[in-house]
Ligand binder design. Structure first.
Ligand SMILES: CC(C)(COP(=O)(O)OP(=O)(O)OC[C@H]1O[C@@H](n2cnc3c(N)ncnc32)[C@H](O)[C@@H]1OP(=O)(O)O)[C@@H](O)C(=O)NCCC(=O)NCCS
Length: 182
């Protein structure tokens, strides 16, 4: 496995390790951070299992799943988590997901993170299409993806079943040629 190292100005992405479990739990276990995500806040054990699975998946050939720690390069600590899953049947295309600890919100880091994920997918992995699905109510995710250059493609009706019932998703995407033109 070739470890992921992808750096932007403020943020870096690298493969998660067992040592990242508490930092990832600070995002996936937080009710505010998971408010628009399709799962309930995760326990520490659940996050530990996710990290274990991510480490296992990182050794797969071809590699389809990237679960990455988002590192603040100035402070050298983990401020969030990002996922990129290459579609097995359409390996030119991948879905992204991302989350930051609430203490980090509102200072442009989310937008930087989406840009860094696009750069990773297009420039390091050679993908052609990258997409992400968000809750219709998730305004910060909408703005971060739009500002980073991911256009809104449309609405998937009843995409997910949540404890509150069926939830639509809004899909955003970016294409490699759009990215290289920017
Ligand atoms: C989505 C997320 C990563 C955005 O992170 P962030 O660091 O706050 O993002 P930014 O500071 O770059 O802000 C992005 C835009 O949202 C706006 N914004 C941020 N918080 C906001 C809020 N609470 N209400 C309204 N707008 C908000 C910002 O002003 C900015 O808009 P602009 O580009 O017009 O200036 C963060 O909210 C998060 O981790 N949420 C939980 C997980 C999640 O929902 N992930 C997305 C799944 S699709």
């Amino acid at each position: 496995m070739r470890p992921v190292v992808c750096n932007g100005e403020r943020l870096g992405l690298r493969d998660v390790t067992e040592a990242d479990v508490p930092a990832l739990h600070a995002v996936y276990g937080d009710p505010t951070a998971t408010q628009h995500l399709p799962f309930q806040p995760r326990s520490l054990d659940e996050v530990a299992r996710l990290v274990e699975e991510a480490v296992e998946a990182s050794a797969a050939e071809p590699r389809l799943l990237y679960v990455l720690a988002v590192v603040d390069r100035g402070r050298c600590d983990v401020v969030g988590v990002a996922r990129l899953r290459v579609e097995a049947d359409n390996p030119h295309s991948a879905e992204i997901g991302f989350g930051l600890h609430p203490h980090q919100w509102g200072r442009g880091i989310g937008t930087d993170l989406v840009r860094l994920l696009l750069s990773f997918g297009f420039e390091h992995l050679g993908l052609h299409r990258i997409w992400g699905a968000r809750s219709p109510a998730n305004l910060p995710a909408q703005l971060a993806m739009l500002t980073a250059g991911m256009v809104e493609e449309g609405r998937i009706r009843h995409h997910l079943r949540t404890p509150d019932g069926w939830r639509d998703s809004i899909v955003h995407s970016a294409l490699e040629d759009e990215w290289s033109r920017r």
